[in-house]
Every structure is written in C-alpha cells, then in structure tokens.
Design a protein around this ligand. Sequence first.
Ligand SMILES: Cc1cc2nc3c(=O)[nH]c(=O)nc-3n(C[C@H](O)[C@H](O)[C@H](O)COP(=O)(O)OP(=O)(O)OC[C@H]3O[C@@H](n4cnc5c(N)ncnc54)[C@H](O)[C@@H]3O)c2cc1C
Length: 393
Amino acid sequence: MDFKDNTEEAAFRSEVREFLKTELPERFKDGALAETGMYRGAFEQLKDWRQKLAAKGWIAPAWPKEYGGASLTVMQQFIMNEEFAENRVPPVGGMGVSMVGPTLITHGTEGQKKEHLSRILSGEVQWCQGFSEPGSGSDLASLQTRAVKDGDDYVINGQKIWTSGAQFAHWMFMMARTDPDAPKHKGISYFLLDMKSPGVEVRPLTNLANQNMFSEVFFSDVRVPAKNIVGELNRGWYVGTTTLDFERSSIGSAVGIQLQLDSLIRYAKEHEGKGSSRTGYLASVKGELADRYIEANVARLMSYRVVTMQAKGMIPNHEASMTKLYASELSQRIARTGIKVLGLYGQLFGEGAPMRGRYESSYMTSLSATIAGGTSEIQRNIIAQRGLGMPRD
Ligand SMILES: Cc1cc2nc3c(=O)[nH]c(=O)nc-3n(C[C@H](O)[C@H](O)[C@H](O)COP(=O)(O)OP(=O)(O)OC[C@H]3O[C@@H](n4cnc5c(N)ncnc54)[C@H](O)[C@@H]3O)c2cc1C
C-alpha cells in the first residue's frame, strides 16, 4: 500500500481532525471514558456528542445517506476510525449500527426499516446479539433454540448465552431454528425480538474481572410476530452473515494498542529507580517493552493491509482472521507486560490506582479477546484452509 494519503484522503483527514478539535467535548479528551469502557449504557453522557456526529451522518458512516449514514468509502471510514482512535473518542454505534442496521438495510421490509433504523441512529434503542447457545458457539449452525409458527406469531423456546449487553438492550436480533428437519444451515430464521416480551428472562453473568458485561437469556413461550422475521423464512443463516461495505481492518484496536503501550513506556521511564524494590526495574522490563512495541507496529501494518485490499475491491478473508488473531493475542501479551511493569501496584484497581488500575482489569478481561468473535483456533483453521490451502481434516 501507499502509506501517504492521496489528495482527497488528506482533505478528508483534515476535515475529521478539525471536527474533533472543535466538536469533541472536553470531558472526553483525556480518554478516560473510552479507556474504562464506561460508555456502555452511558446514553445521557454521550447525547450531545451523538447529535454532533448525527449531523454529519457519522454515527453510521458506512450506511447509505438515504438511511442517515454518510456513504463513506472504506478508505474514508478507515481514516475516520484511525483519527477517532488516536483521539480516544468513545464509540457510540454499537451492534445496532454495525450488525442489525446493515442487515435491515439489505434484507429488511420497509416497515422494519421505518421502525428501527432511526432509533438505532438516535441511540434510544440498544441492541444485543442472540446467536451463541450453550452447545453452539464455533459451530453456530447447530443452534437449538426453536421458533414454532402459531397463528400470526412464532413461539420461541430455548436459551442464548454470552449475550453482550443483554441487560441494557431493548431489542435482540437472534437466530432460531424454524425447520428442525432441514440441513442445519437451512432451517434457521433471523428474528427481531423485543426484550420486554413476556417469557424473556435475562440473567447477568459475572466475568473474571467482576463485571457484568454479558448474560444468559432464556425464552419460555415468547411470542414474536411473524412480521419480525428478517429476510426469508429458513434463510436466516445467510441473512445473519450480511455486512455493508464496512472497513474490516480493526485499525481502532491497533491504534488503541499503540496508545496503551505508549503510556506504559512513559510510566516505566517515570518510575525508574523510585523505591528500593525497584532497583534495576527498567532493565528487567525493557526487552519485553521493546518486543511489544514492535508487535504493536506489526498490528497496525496488518490493519493497513486489510484496508488496502478492501479499497482495491478485494474481500479480505484469511487476512482479516490474521489481524484478529494477532491483535487479540497481542492484547493479552500487553496485559501481562503491563502487570510486570507495574509490579505489585498492578494488582490495584479503580480510578485512584496507578494507570487507573487498567492492567488489573485488562489482565483478566483480555482473556476473552481470543474467544469472542471467533476463537483463535477457528481463526487458525481459516488461515490454514483458506490462506494456506490445507485440507479441513
Ligand atoms: C466477551 C464475549 C462476548 C461475547 N458476546 C457475544 C454476543 O454478544 N452474542 C453472541 O451470540 N455470542 C457472544 N459471545 C460468544 C462467542 O461468540 C463464543 O464464545 C465463541 O464463538 C466460541 O464459542 P463457544 O464459547 O461455544 O466455544 P466452543 O465453540 O465450544 O469452543 C470450545 C473450544 O473448542 C475449540 N474449537 C471449537 N471448534 C473447533 C474446531 N473446529 N477446530 C479447533 N478448535 C475448535 C475452540 O477454539 C475453543 O477453544 C461472546 C463471547 C465472549 C467471550
């Protein structure tokens, strides 16, 4: 790829920078909100910022303009994501913008679009993704939650698990089996489900870091109107794999990793020689910090590779798996290095702890990075089969 912006890209980058300089609320500028992840469910805190983004169509920059997006090209989205990450802008879109919105734009009825798209953009409706089940994660097509036709409704029974944000969500997009006799990919339908429907029970799960980020969701005779099926009956598997022309480089996480490392290196330098137990401290961690620094640059270059492919009209496949695999495993190595750099202080948590206690938390939460969104083993399978042409078995 050419690392320099062309004239149009440079102009767009300047526009994004100017917008952030003048419009990003002061209170977000130290990055605390983005860093702690406390923006989840923080609708009120983000309201003024959302309005400014909405005025430019930048809540859903990949969506077509006619639906309230900005119809940005993948390279423009990449530039925007890169600049937003550099400035630690708290994300506002969520799964509504990245997952269910594109699905409705592509497969939804006019009624479904009218009911949901504007409320996704305004942020008044939060969505969660009900795909995984206790026995179906990597092999998602084996899911067992049933939906049976009864009059104008479908009656849903079963269970989802690891449903991120279910405890805050107003609606769920989910897959359920509508034809148990068909081959497994062909008997699934894609539903929109109001979380307030009678028979929905959300039981929050506590993760290793003592946070409630995801839940189990149980369905007991939940009635969903048939008009809430998206796309064709029994074609839900294919509906669920819809994406718009989103950039897939994960540049935001690559930049986040670099920024995190920069502050870790600053901390290590500032604390060299402070306290007797810290004699020789920098010497003991500097090799490891150098390794992480190189790896963080590799992660960024991998993102550039993916977006370059997309900008040329190619569809990144195993390349996107490589980026996900590398960045998620790197986030775990950085968390371990962070704990080492902080020493005993690394066990403190909360705002008052050194580095806001972020390594106490990320040491534990980063474990899930290699599971969520497809495990490392599954990414390696994709790289082996589609990238290296190796056999499935
Ligand atoms: C933080 C977090 C948030 C999540 N949020 C959501 C959400 O919002 N909505 C949702 O629907 N799901 C969500 N998930 C679920 C996630 O998609 C699944 O955990 C993931 O797909 C793995 O499935 P599983 O947990 O059932 O593990 P399994 O598929 O049972 O895998 C168990 C182990 O076997 C390995 N394995 C499985 N198959 C193969 C294979 N073919 N080859 C080699 N090894 C294999 C896996 O790599 C893993 O190590 C979330 C998960 C996490 C951790």
